[in-house]
Write a protein that binds this ligand. Sequence first.
Ligand SMILES: Cc1cc2nc3c(=O)[nH]c(=O)nc-3n(C[C@H](O)[C@H](O)[C@H](O)COP(=O)(O)OP(=O)(O)OC[C@H]3O[C@@H](n4cnc5c(N)ncnc54)[C@H](O)[C@@H]3O)c2cc1C
Length: 387
Amino acid sequence: MKPSTGHYDHIIIGAGAAGLMLADAFGRDSYFRDKKILLLDKDSKNTNDRTWSFWEKGTGRFDDIVTKSWKNIFFGGQGFSAQFDISPYQYKLVRGLDFYRCYLDKIKTYPNIDLIHQEVTAINENKEGVTVTTTEKEYTGTRVFSSAFDFDALKNDSKYPLLQQHFVGWVVKTKAPTFNPDKAIFMDFSIPQKNNTRFMYVLPFSENKALLEYTLFSKDLLPLDAYENGIKDYLRDTYGCTDFEVLEKEKGSIPMTCYDFQSHNTKRIQFIGSAGGWTKPSTGYTFYNTSKKIAQIIPLIKENKPLTPLRPKRKFKFYDLLLLDILFAENHKGQYIFETLFKNRPPQLIFKFLDEETNLWEDFRFISGCPKKEFILALFKRMLRHI
Ligand SMILES: Cc1cc2nc3c(=O)[nH]c(=O)nc-3n(C[C@H](O)[C@H](O)[C@H](O)COP(=O)(O)OP(=O)(O)OC[C@H]3O[C@@H](n4cnc5c(N)ncnc54)[C@H](O)[C@@H]3O)c2cc1C
């Protein structure tokens, strides 16, 4: 039996994007001032392990830690390529480490929040509350919000297709001026597709420095050198650049699935962040959505209500499912689908749709901008499977 400490009203597991945003929301809100809150993470969060990007209209709450933003994006395809002015949106970039430092500093100023670096090994719920066991201690809480999730559970689910957005990113510094710092390369499908959905993503900080990510939407990960060679090839073929230094590296594999993550919620244990299904299945974008979801769950937590209403809106889940069905069955079709969409529709509509803010007419405009045959076929196949 491990030594037990005092009781907490709320225990947050994970001090990543969702855990830190939730802890900060608790800390800022006077309603929670007399509540004892514990934030647990196995990691000290002192490395720049990821870069978050998102689109946003005008100013926003992360602007103090935004490293760079772009008003123009480039979409590259095999037959169609274009640069777009995305106003009123901007595409913004936040470095993981800047976010961790900023939020951890804020959280340390909230007297009712304890931050402890320990690994959680078990969570047990009973009538009175929840016991959270770590490698060192046991903590009890009335309610637990967890961003730790066993993603292997997804692999056993046969209802929904499971793809991954997987990538390796390098921040490179080039000898010669190479990049256009005014334009983010949102998706460049001009690279060899090798029977998958593969694209390059380039966020230039200056003429000599950029983050380049070799990215796939597909079932299986590649060996590390396949992503790294993809970045080197792109630098050589697109920019004629072979003389560069790698300043930072990151990699990720984000599940793309319509799996019902919220079905794991219980009365006292709720999953947040990617573990709560806050990742957009068709794109892997999570960060900005997490900030929106946190704002939505605070009133529910105050009223001690379950977070179940936060399931994705049904119609958007269904649209995502159709795209995933197509890419799961015919992974090479991604380039054609995205290229057709960007050729036919403005990025402002695409962003609004991906933000799940479009009305039915706008849904129709978006969908009719996609290749029809593939989606109609996917629709019929899903109907036969009773969705
Ligand atoms: C490299 C990378 C780049 C990404 N880029 C973008 C992007 O540009 N835009 C976007 O919208 N999304 C992006 N994502 C997806 C998503 O935004 C991130 O994964 C985001 O960090 C998810 O937030 P989260 O809080 O759910 O999980 P995390 O931020 O991963 O936080 C989970 C936390 O839980 C802790 N933890 C896990 N298990 C335990 C345990 N047993 N005990 C204690 N602590 C535990 C971990 O240490 C971690 O700190 C990216 C992901 C990666 C990996």
